[in-house]
Design a protein around this ligand. Structure first.
Ligand code: AHG
Ligand code: MN
Ligand code: MN
Ligand code: MN
Length: 333
């Protein structure tokens, strides 16, 4: 067994590469890792405690909320909010921003999807948690406002996700590469298992919900037809892999190569996925791993946000695949 590096030690080593760093981002990342352990504890035994099924409410997204959505949301807000490191938070499950107690010392902004892939919870298919971290735009945490949550994705200081799958992994970046940690329940630690993850230039999988075919624009249909043609030189046709949990689909493609697409549809003219706590954090990770993330026309990280829950079409994964998909979406192929 190679030397065991816990995620806390890795955060510290990353910090030590920045002389003069205050260590507050390290503390923030430790808080996020801790909160994800609390969520994991319930997710992995969801069938045994009364935490499956619907909560009986509808969220700002217009989705029926699952009990585990709310559990994860409340755990993360409480586990993180009370440590006074964040001035303000934004969650998929909260219409408005959240100002944690003791926010006077917090210079960070947290945007998160507490539980991604909710439709898969009751059927024991992988789900995840996604987080995105910024610094506040001003100096004083008390002045933090919605504007601090609406910064371009390229301003993120850290991003990551936890995937509750056959094993539980946490993957994060602070802009110095992408690193993956596997949870060891016997010691309650995330241990370094995937250092410096890089995504292959081109993949062999495409991930999308083709059930929406009749809602797609013609440019999208042209790309899907292209990806299914026989062409040995470009490894086509690609294989379909679609789990219905963005984190799980993204994580597989990050490791094996491939493209995940949630395009504009008639039902979701701007796509279904949310910019601030799904597309931006995964785009930061993807680019750090050598991949690409686009809305079909522009880099996800360059999008100037207008609303906390705004949606965006998302083409994310292997650089060559996203580039080809963009050409189709722009009518250039
Ligand atoms: P969430 O559970 O956080 O609301 O996200 C669900 C998202 C994403 O995880 C997944 O890729 C997508 O919804 C699946 O959408 P379809 O069911 O329309 O394919
Ligand atoms: Mn949801
Ligand atoms: Mn989600
Ligand atoms: Mn969610």
């Amino acid at each position: 067994m190679n030397n065991l590096i816990t995620i806390e030690r890795h955060f510290l080593e990353q910090q030590m590469q920045h002389p003069g760093a205050s260590g507050s981002l390290t503390a923030v990342l430790n808080d996020v890792a801790f909160a994800s352990k609390l969520v994991r504890r319930e997710v992995v035994r969801a069938g045994l405690v009364d935490i499956l099924g619907m909560a009986g409410t509808t969220n700002v997204q217009g989705e029926e909320v699952k009990k585990l959505d709310l559990f994860a949301n409340e755990r993360i807000i409480n586990a993180i909010g009370q440590h006074g490191r964040f001035a303000i938070m934004g969650s998929e499950e909260n219409e408005e921003t959240i100002i944690p107690p003791k926010s006077e010392t917090g210079k960070y902004v947290l945007l998160f999807d507490p539980l991604d892939g909710s439709s898969n919870i009751d059927v024991n298919v992988s789900v995840g948690t996604i987080f995105s971290i910024y610094r506040i735009t001003g100096d004083s945490p008390e002045d933090a406002s919605l504007q601090d949550c609406l910064q371009k994705g390229l301003k993120q200081v850290a991003a990551g996700y936890v995937i509750y799958g056959s094993s539980v992994m946490m993957v994060y970046t602070t802009g110095n590469g992408v690193h993956g940690f596997t949870y060891d329940p016997t010691i309650g630690e995330f241990l370094l298992s995937h250092e410096n993850i890089t995504i292959p230039e081109r993949g062999k999988y495409y991930s999308m919900n083709e059930g929406s075919w009749h809602q797609f624009n013609q440019t999208t249909k042209n790309y899907i037809d292209y990806i299914k043609e026989e062409d040995k030189a470009t490894g086509r046709p690609y294989s379909t892999r679609y789990i219905g949990s963005l984190v799980a689909d993204f994580h597989r493609n990050l490791l094996t190569g491939g493209i995940f697409i949630y395009p504009a549809t008639k039902k979701h003219a701007n796509g279904k996925l949310r910019l601030m706590y799904e597309a931006n954090p995964l785009a930061f990770i993807c680019e750090q791993a050598g991949g690409k993330a686009s809305d079909g026309k522009q880099r996800i990280l360059d999008i100037d946000p207008a609303e906390l829950h705004q949606r965006t079409p998302l083409y994310i994964g292997s650089k060559e695949d996203v580039t080809v998909a963009e050409k189709f979406e722009q009518g250039l192929r």
